[in-house]
Design a protein around this ligand. Structure first.
Ligand SMILES: [Zn+2]
Length: 166
């Protein structure tokens, strides 16, 4: 089973269908902490009453999307990312000059906010969510691509601080 990360229009991201650790792998909570290198507080949200336990999910602060997606892809071979965008929010100047990887506007991150996800492959069709003013784009990230993106970002970071990659 491939884990799915849901990035809703607002609020924290959700990690669904994530397998448990095997052998001497760290716990999933520890994996998230290692991936983001930050003092994050992943929350386990249990399944609704009566539903099977595996229907529970993790919730993690939104800015950690890229790090968490890469970490899961590297451990498990691949991950799916379900990204929600507003159908109403127009792509304007404010949106195009936005920094980082945060975009929920109708352009689906095509014009900005996509630098960290440019290599994520879109799968299937964009789905309109009935009566919610949102649409869902599903992307997939493989282990190979995640490793490549991560090391490129690392090199770029070294370059910016004026060092030399080893
Ligand atoms: Zn836009």
């Amino acid at each position: 089973m491939t884990a799915t990360i849901v990035r809703p229009l607002h609020g924290r991201i959700q990690v669904r269908g994530l397998r448990g650790p095997r052998g001497d792998e760290p716990s999933n909570r520890q994996m998230f902490k290692t991936a983001t290198g930050a003092a994050i507080r992943p929350t386990w949200v249990p399944a609704p009453e009566g539903a099977p336990g595996w229907e529970g999910h993790w919730e993690i602060a939104r800015p950690h999307l890229t790090d968490v997606a890469e970490e899961i892809a590297i451990r498990d071979g691949q991950v799916e990312i379900e990204m929600h965008y507003s159908t109403a929010e127009q792509c304007d100047q404010r949106c195009r000059s936005a920094e980082g990887d945060e975009c929920t506007c109708s352009c689906e991150g095509k014009y900005h906010g996509n630098s960290h996800h440019a290599s994520w492959i879109e799968v299937g069709d964009t789905t309109l969510v009935r009566n919610s003013g949102s649409k869902v784009v599903t992307r997939t990230l493989s282990r190979e691509q995640a490793e490549k993106d991560r090391s490129e970002r690392f090199r770029e970071m070294i370059r910016q601080i004026g060092g030399r990659p080893t």
